[in-house]
Design a protein around this ligand. Structure first.
Ligand code: SF4
Length: 431
């Protein structure tokens, strides 16, 4: 008999959360590898098309499929006492999950998606409910939190932890043979508008603040055939917006992205592509910018972080200022809307003394594109994350929270001042 598996994407406990094309892609991929070999059910706390919120104007998506989550204000956990921001739970009400667990047949396994290390309270909540209503189900955790904080993850009481990208322990545990050519299990959603895809894994750079080198250990292209099968499946299911989750989407574009986009054009697939995981401006050539715009890219997020040469060199030299300027020029020539080009910059970095953030923000504005300040999250095991142990106790994952850490590092007033300045600069460049 096929095993019965419940897939759960937990609620988010944080100061702020927005559906910036957030999909539990890792978990859906694993389920896809078991397509036809198990019976699946999904509970996605972050599904904004769920009937509970579907008719509420407040949660309507913007034109590119982003939007607000249902949220409730809650008491902050102890490490956040003194952080002057409201703490919240984002996602569907907990009682809806309890109803499912009480009414469904017994599940053999429950897979829980994990992402940010400091979102573990959502995972703990799911484990508590599964233990209460379905005590015989085996709970399996994998993903970033488990890989980055293995010791902490062990304290939550799951039955199996799957570290990194080696899935063999999972296949052995559930006694099923995986088919790694299968696309992610997108058909599990009753309604689908926004999806995610990855056509490569890892990144060739080693930025000192980033967890990607630790999790993947290098860059590798995925099978083009499988990526196209996944794209066709998404289109068939009604997807309108696709976010690339690749960490180095433009690296080796001749071998990876370009053949993929040529097929998009050849098959006459009309869909909007987005790049929430920063693109590396260094790899944007004139031809590539043109192809991306023709194939349907609508939003471009470029990783910039700082215009300070000293800071750029110290953190991994992934991109220099003139490369950002050149990429914007190419995108503009290709017909991209300047309002939809954004450069990320880090706020609250441990070396912010040499970052010249204000100057960097003005440099970005002068290019005519929007800036976005990304609060810094200290990730243990990365050089910059470990350097933050002088400000916070890294063994408590809640203190990796980007809002809390940035306030601790930068100060509440200074962080507000810089965010206000960013809003002002963005208003000035609005086209
Ligand atoms: S280029 Fe991006 S993904 Fe790669 S290591 Fe640097 S920050 Fe991480």
């Amino acid at each position: 008999m096929k095993p019965k598996i419940l897939l759960v994407n937990p609620a988010i406990y944080d100061f702020a959360a927005f559906d910036f094309w957030l999909r539990p892609y890792g978990m859906l991929e694993i389920a896809g590898f078991l397509r036809g070999k198990a019976d699946f059910e999904l509970f996605d706390y972050l599904d904004r098309l769920h009937p509970f919120m579907a008719d509420n104007e407040k949660f309507k998506s913007d034109r590119w499929g982003r939007g607000r989550f249902f949220r409730e204000r809650i008491k902050p956990p102890k490490p956040f006492v003194g952080i002057p921001r409201y703490f919240r739970r984002f996602g569907l009400p907990r009682k809806l999950f309890a109803v499912l667990l009480e009414s469904a047949q017994s599940f053999d396994h429950v897979f829980i998606q994990t992402t940010m290390t400091y979102w573990y309270p959502g995972i703990a909540e799911v484990i508590e409910d599964v233990r209460k209503y379905q005590p015989d189900a085996k709970i399996i955790l994998g993903g970033n939190y488990v890989t980055i904080c293995p010791e902490h993850a062990k304290t939550l009481g799951a039955d199996l932890l799957v570290y990194g990208t080696d899935l063999r322990p999972l296949w052995d545990y559930i006694g099923a043979e995986a088919d790694l050519n299968q696309p992610a299990l997108w058909e599990i959603y009753p309604e689908l508008k926004t999806v995610a895809i990855k056509i490569s894994d890892g990144c060739p750079f080693s930025c000192t603040y980033c967890s990607v080198p630790k999790v993947y250990g290098g860059f590798a292209a995925r099978s083009l055939e499988r990526a196209l099968a996944e794209l066709e499946l998404m289109v068939k299911l009604g997807a309108e917006n696709i976010a690339f989750y690749d960490d180095a989407l433009l690296y080796k574009a001749d071998e990876v992205l370009i053949p993929f986009l040529e097929q998009v054009l050849k098959r006459n697939i009309k869909i909007n592509f987005h790049t929430p995981n920063a693109l590396n401006a260094r790899f944007v050539t004139k031809d590539l910018a043109d192809l991306m715009v023709r194939a349907g890219f609508k939003t471009f997020y470029l990783g910039f972080e700082s215009s300070s040469i000293q800071w750029q060199k110290q953190t991994g030299s992934k991109v220099f200022s003139e490369e950002l300027a050149q990429s914007v020029e190419y995108l503009k020539l290709a017909g991209a809307d300047l309002n939809d080009i954004t450069a990320y910059q880090i706020l609250g970095h441990p070396s912010s003394d040499i970052q010249q953030l204000e100057e960097s923000m003005r440099f970005v504005a002068e290019l005519g594109i929007r800036g976005m300040l990304a609060d810094f999250s200290p990730i243990p095991g990365t050089p910059d994350g470990d350097a933050c142990s002088k400000w916070v106790d890294l063994s408590e994952p809640l203190l990796h929270n980007k809002t809390a850490f940035t306030i601790i590092r930068t100060g509440f007033d200074e962080s507000n001042r810089l965010k206000d300045l960013q809003r002002k600069l963005n208003r000035q460049i609005s086209h």
